[in-house]
Design a protein around this ligand. Structure first.
Ligand code: HEM
Length: 407
């Protein structure tokens, strides 16, 4: 597939802002997406393990991690849409071809995701008191976890097929016979997928440090449980760190020839340093983990490490498509649209900041309060402001739409 053909597949309308904006936002939102995915996978696995334990602390953890997993799925889905939008803007020739080649799986993706999420809720429905009562219908959660992995596998194949334009024709027309069914998943790398999935162990360990720090703000009855969580989080972080390094090395050792440059690039050294720093940091902190906000730092550091890993992943894509196929994602024709660009950033910063700030504050305070939580006047004002901003946003959106339509 030559560069001219790839360029011909671009949208002739161009993109509404500089392509670098989409590239950077794509990396940032993907890092957040994969963080939520990893919390969800790790929390589901801990739930399954804890649900069969006789240890009351394990059972309590299972119940808490089930709640975490339920929320993490929805966060992963919302944060999955953002990179989906960005990748199809600047890499449209690759993303759409990869999708069409496996079209049935792309459509099946959403059905599988719905069944996976429902299975998780069925498990929750059947186990409202997981902390104290014997587990029922554990297979629901096993199915949910397996289907979530299938969903991730589909996303992996799409991300990977886009890197292999030289194979598209042989997938579309094997032996010269056109197969437009889209029924197959053609290109994949088990080692690359394993690396992203196994990172869940370290990410959920970082999550456990934050979880126990959060519990410290509540009541003294939790002391035994909080003490029990600490060595568990340390152990998981150690295992997670080893798994991340081992599976990452295996991925790099199995890179196809045209991507082999990546294995010895600076991107890898920086990513490895970020991951190792995350793995060792809780040990360095020692007792500080229990003081002020330090308990949350391992998770914050993990998020930064994931942004670094996401940047390296993007470098692999950008330079492979540029170096081997002559496609430069950053030379997309710009058809500047100031309204949509400023609307995006204002929505993100102002509405996102105020509304998320309100919701997180309420959730945080409610979780730290014994009995019924009553918000202060300042927080209530923040809630009213959130509603006002949403109304204003909807009104301006339709007003501008009607104005443009009537012109
Ligand atoms: C809930 C289960 C999910 C899992 C386990 C999962 C896992 C993954 C993994 C492992 C990757 C990296 C693939 C690779 O680079 O090889 C990925 C990429 C991606 N995921 Fe998810 N994902 C899930 C759900 C979703 C959903 C619901 C969406 C969208 C609505 C989504 C959107 C994306 C996109 C767009 C990418 C590629 C981004 C890019 O290449 O720039 N994912 N996902």
């Amino acid at each position: 597939m030559d560069a001219a053909m790839l360029y011909a597949l671009r949208d002739p309308a161009g993109v509404p802002s500089h392509p670098l904006v989409f590239l950077v936002l794509g990396v940032l939102t993907w890092a957040l997406h994969i963080a939520a995915v990893q919390v969800m996978l790790g929390a589901s696995a801990l739930t399954l393990y804890g649900a069969f334990s006789r240890n009351p602390y394990w059972r309590r953890l299972a119940a808490a991690m089930l709640s975490t997993a339920k929320v993490a799925v929805s966060v992963a889905i919302v944060l999955g849409v953002a990179p989906l939008l960005f990748v199809q803007v600047i890499y449209d020739p690759f993303w759409y071809t990869a999708n069409v080649l496996s079209a049935r799986w792309v459509i099946g993706f959403i059905v599988i995701l719905i069944v996976a999420y429902l299975a998780m809720y069925l498990f929750y429905y059947r186990n409202p008191r997981l902390a104290t009562q014997p587990v029922r219908g554990a297979w629901h959660l096993v199915i949910s976890l397996l289907l979530m992995l299938v969903v991730g596998w589909i996303m992996h194949v799409l991300s990977y097929q886009m890197l292999l334009p030289e194979q598209w024709m042989s997938w579309y027309a094997p032996n010269g016979q056109i197969d437009p069914s889209g029924k197959s998943l053609h290109g994949y790398s088990v080692t690359r997928f394993s690396f992203f999935i196994l990172l869940s162990v370290a990410v959920v360990a970082a999550w456990l440090f934050a979880y126990r720090r959060y519990l410290m703000g509540r009541n003294a009855e939790d002391a035994g449980y909080i003490a029990w969580l600490l060595p568990l989080a340390h152990r998981l972080m150690l295992v997670g760190g080893v798994l991340a390094v081992a599976s990452g090395a295996l991925w790099l050792a199995t890179l196809p020839e045209k991507m082999a440059w990546f294995a010895t690039s600076a991107w890898i050294w920086v990513s490895a340093a970020a991951l190792l720093a995350t793995a060792f940091f809780p040990r360095l902190l020692g007792h500080k983990l229990d003081q002020s906000l330090w308990g949350y730092v391992p998770f914050a550091l993990g998020a930064v490490a994931l942004i670094v890993v996401g940047t390296a992943r993007e470098a692999l894509r950008y330079f492979t498509l540029f170096g081997s196929h002559g496609y430069d994602a950053l030379d997309y024709k710009v058809n500047m649209d100031w309204y949509s660009t400023s609307l995006f950033f204002i929505t993100f910063a102002v509405l996102g900041g105020v509304i998320l700030g309100y919701l997180l504050t309420v959730a945080w305070k409610a979780g730290q309060t014994e009995g019924v939580y009553t918000p202060s006047r300042a927080i209530t004002r923040l809630g009213n402001l959130s509603i006002g901003l949403l109304v204003l946003w909807v009104v301006q959106f339709f007003a501008v739409g009607f104005y443009v339509w009537a012109r």
